[in-house]
Design a protein around this ligand. Structure first.
Ligand code: TMP
Ligand code: ASP
Length: 248
């Protein structure tokens, strides 16, 4: 048992969320902000209602994943833009899963935007803003001791399972899950838990009814590339996600 901590103290402020202590040292309160950044915070702005929308979307998706046996940090969501989560030590890794070529994979390999991958690609990036979150090789990951070989194996398996669950879910929403980023943490009982958020900030989501490469975008690429109608796209994702029960 750890000692009680004063509740309501800000312990971390990131680009999209603030973390506060609670009376229970094993529980933190996450506050989702409307602030939006892109390109390692070189572009800054705000998406009206994003905090509430991302909190609600993440809440639904964490519940879906928990129901499918994925351990997450989510406990409950006491208000529209707040989530109570298990305290974890975040691994300094961004785990990206890709089903379709887009974004940096497109830019760095020359593969055509929209190419469907024969099998999902799992990539590890170093979560380090000062270095611009570089893509890691396995050897560099181990060199920097960012995770153990056993943890990397566990992360790879969890990422692929999460991809399968989320791809199926978004399919039922009429949305293609192009790619997404996950973060994981270790809790006080040394369990590996899915953490952070799953939202249009962290996923590429394409509307299946639309083949137009600009119109189909329902995620933060609308903000990154000034495509307009950002709030409406997030709202549409929220409505479709909430309309789908977490049962198959
Ligand atoms: P990328 O194609 O720019 O590497 O992005 C891959 C996925 O990761 C995409 O769904 C957006 C998400 N992502 C984040 O959540 N945070 C980030 O800082 C970046 C660069 C990407
Ligand atoms: N996380 C990025 C940033 O540092 C935003 C993004 O491209 O998703 O601003």
């Amino acid at each position: 048992m750890s000692a009680a901590t004063p509740a309501g103290q800000k312990i971390y402020e990131g680009k999209a969320k603030i973390l506060y202590t609670t009376e229970d040292p094993d529980v933190l309160l996450t506050h989702f902000k409307d602030d939006a950044t892109a390109f390692n915070a070189q572009k800054r702005g705000s998406i009206v209602g994003k905090g509430q929308m991302n909190c609600a979307i993440s809440t639904h998706l964490f519940q879906l994943l928990e129901a499918e046996g994925v351990a997450t940090h989510w406990l409950d969501s006491p208000s529209a833009n707040e989530m109570r989560v298990r305290t974890v030590k975040i691994l300094p890794l961004e785990v990206v899963v890709r089903n379709i070529v887009a974004g940096s994979l497109c830019q760095q390999t020359g593969l055509a935007l929209g190419t469907v991958l024969k099998q999902p690609l799992v990539e590890f990036y170093y979560k380090n803003d000062a270095l611009g979150d570089p893509l890691l090789t396995r050897d560099r990951l181990f060199l920097l001791e960012l995770a153990t070989p056993a943890q990397v194996e566990q992360l790879q398996i969890a990422a692929l399972k999460i991809n399968q669950i989320l791809s199926g879910f978004f399919e039922r929403c009429g949305i293609t899950l192009v790619d997404f980023k996950l973060e994981f943490g270790i809790d006080t009982q040394n369990r590996l838990l899915l953490a952070d958020e799953i939202s249009p900030d962290t996923c590429r989501l394409w509307n299946q009814g639309d083949s137009d490469p600009t119109q189909r975008v329902m995620d933060k690429d609308r903000f990154r590339h000034d495509l307009g109608n950002v709030e409406a796209a997030y709202q549409q994702v929220l409505e479709r996600v909430l309309a789908q029960s977490i049962e198959k």
